[in-house]
Design a protein around this ligand. Structure first.
Ligand SMILES: N[C@@H](CCC(=O)N[C@@H](CS)C(=O)NCC(=O)O)C(=O)O
Length: 228
């Protein structure tokens, strides 16, 4: 019999792990206090019916054979969309936004290209320094924090934030004239900078756009609550 995660938050006989949940229903794997927040935000924006499987990155539940069959990297997030197993948060969001075309997928090929550009940019230029600031200002236990690494992360964010601010000065959005997957992907990564109290005062367009994006009801619903 297929077993659930040994050290996870799910019971061993959990139907989701046994593939006996609602057939074909989208499954989203990963606790909100992780990169899975990005995907949970997206599915909420799209109003999708989904099952949330709260696999955790720190308790071994992402390393079980069952979960490795979904994401062989043993990382969260991942989805199972009626048999399509997909991982990498940006790829998942781009796929879902395009598949369900509810206004979050750009309308022209040029704007699509912008959405890809900004998603790749966020993950390569922004994620690492934002994570350093987050880890060393609030996530790690206090005795493991290194303020120098946090400040270095904030410093490394200055150039990308300048680029983003200039782009947002034009239309207020990153791909076309409305909120799309590009804004969601970049804002969800920059949420770490906000949590880490990175000073955004020199980037007024970023500040305004980030507050509006993270305050969207779907984003707030997806955001980690205490102990999630
Ligand atoms: N590039 C991946 C990164 C996924 C990732 O590193 N997730 C973390 C949690 S936020 C994780 O699962 N860490 C556990 C590990 O690396 O063992 C994505 O964006 O989906």
């Amino acid at each position: 019999m297929t077993r659930g995660p040994e050290q996870g938050i799910l019971p061993a006989d959990d139907k989701l792990w046994q593939g006996q949940g609602a057939m074909g229903k989208l499954k989203v794997y990963g606790v909100p206090r992780s990169r899975a927040y990005r995907v949970l935000w997206m599915v909420n924006e799209l109003g999708l019916d989904y099952e949330h499987v709260p696999v955790h990155f720190g308790d071994g539940s992402a390393k079980t054979a069952e979960y490795l069959a979904v994401n062989p990297n043993g990382r969260i997030p991942a989805i199972d969309d009626d048999g399509l197993k997909l991982w990498e948060s940006m790829a998942i969001n781009l796929y879902l936004a395009k598949k369900h075309d509810k206004g979050l997928w750009p309308k022209t090929i040029e704007d699509e290209a912008q959405a890809l550009q900004w998603s790749f940019w966020a993950i390569t230029e922004v994620e690492k320094p934002a994570l350093a600031a987050l880890l060393h200002r609030m996530f790690l236990p206090e005795d493991m924090r290194d303020p120098r690494l946090a400040d270095e992360g904030e410093q490394q964010l200055q150039q990308p934030l300048k680029v983003l601010d200039q782009a947002l000065a034009k239309t207020g959005y990153l791909a076309g004239a409305s909120f799309t997957v590009a804004d969601l992907n970049v804002a969800s990564i920059l949420s770490w900078a906000r949590l880490a109290r990175v000073d955004l005062s020199a980037f007024p367009h970023v500040k305004q756009w980030l507050t509006a994006a993270l305050g969207r009801p779907a984003g707030e619903k997806a955001a980690p609550k205490r102990a999630s």
